[in-house]
Design a binder for this molecule. Structure first.
Ligand code: FPP
Length: 243
């Protein structure tokens, strides 16, 4: 049994795939009289414990909502600071992530990102591609609606070209055209900082996921709070529409 599971009295019934809406960086900073960028930096610092404890808990896949298709509406200075943080994060952490067997994937449309950030992400993906530990997925310029539109277009093109018939389209085919193709079924979505909505995150994938909302701002979301969320998940009775 995993030592960390034992520490928090968790059973072996772990969520295979956890997704986190990392909210509250701005409020965390405001409460301290700091600029919003300082909140994002503190959020970045919180990632280390989250990733490490995911591996130790035995979670197979962790998907983090780092930048949504709607986040472009923020001031240019905040958007730039976020993308610069991404570059800094990988420059600092990639070797350790790789040594720990973490496999990094980006979900979302990275084309509009600054070149430096795109390069850092591509390097992280390539370097860790063969790793077999935690599957760490960063949702960047990700939106569920855009993801579904992209999948529909790809299927429609195949139907138009004659490679598919409309009758071939089923759940598996559609799931295979999403950014999350090949990842385990989503079991648990955690949102920090009090808001109780999905904000265009993994809408299709969350069909039977358990949703847990915590008031803690993301920079303060650590191993203990994570364990509490998993304990709550383990108390839930998942019926998938059955009895
Ligand atoms: C939401 O908080 C958070 C974000 C939009 C960005 C998340 C980014 C990080 C956790 C750090 C960088 C990530 C990586 C992968 C290096 P908010 O700004 O909406 O907070 P608020 O609702 O309190 O204003």
């Amino acid at each position: 049994m995993s030592g960390l599971r034992e520490k928090y009295g968790l059973s072996a019934d772990m969520p295979c795939h956890v997704a986190i809406i990392m909210d509250g960086n701005g409020r965390w900073a405001k409460r301290r009289g700091l600029p919003r960028a300082a909140g994002h930096r503190a959020g970045m610092e919180a990632l280390r414990a989250l990733i490490e404890s995911s591996s130790q808990f035995g979670v197979a896949a962790l998907t983090l909502y780092a930048f949504s298709t709607e986040n472009w509406k923020r001031p240019q200075s905040e958007v730039s600071a976020l993308f610069e943080l991404l570059v800094e994060y990988f420059a600092r952490e990639i070797d350790e992530l790789h040594a720990n067997g973490v496999r990094i994937r980006v979900i979302g449309d990275v084309l509009p990102l600054p070149e430096r950030s795109r390069e850092a992400l591509a390097l992280a993906e390539t370097k860790t591609d063969k790793n077999s530990g935690l599957m760490l997925n960063l949702a960047i310029n990700y939106g569920s609606r855009a993801e579904l539109v992209r999948a529909m277009r790809s299927i429609a093109a195949d139907v138009e070209g004659g490679a598919l018939c409309p009758g071939d389209i089923d759940d598996d085919l559609l799931a295979g055209r999403l950014y999350t193709a090949g990842l385990p079924e989503l079991d648990l979505v955690i949102r920090t900082a009090g808001e109780q909505r999905l904000s265009n995150f993994l809408l299709y994938q969350a069909a039977y996921a358990e949703l847990i909302f915590t008031d803690t701002y993301f920079p303060d979301f650590g191993e203990e709070e994570y364990a509490k969320c998993i304990a709550e998940y383990q108390r839930r009775n998942r019926r998938y529409g059955g009895l």
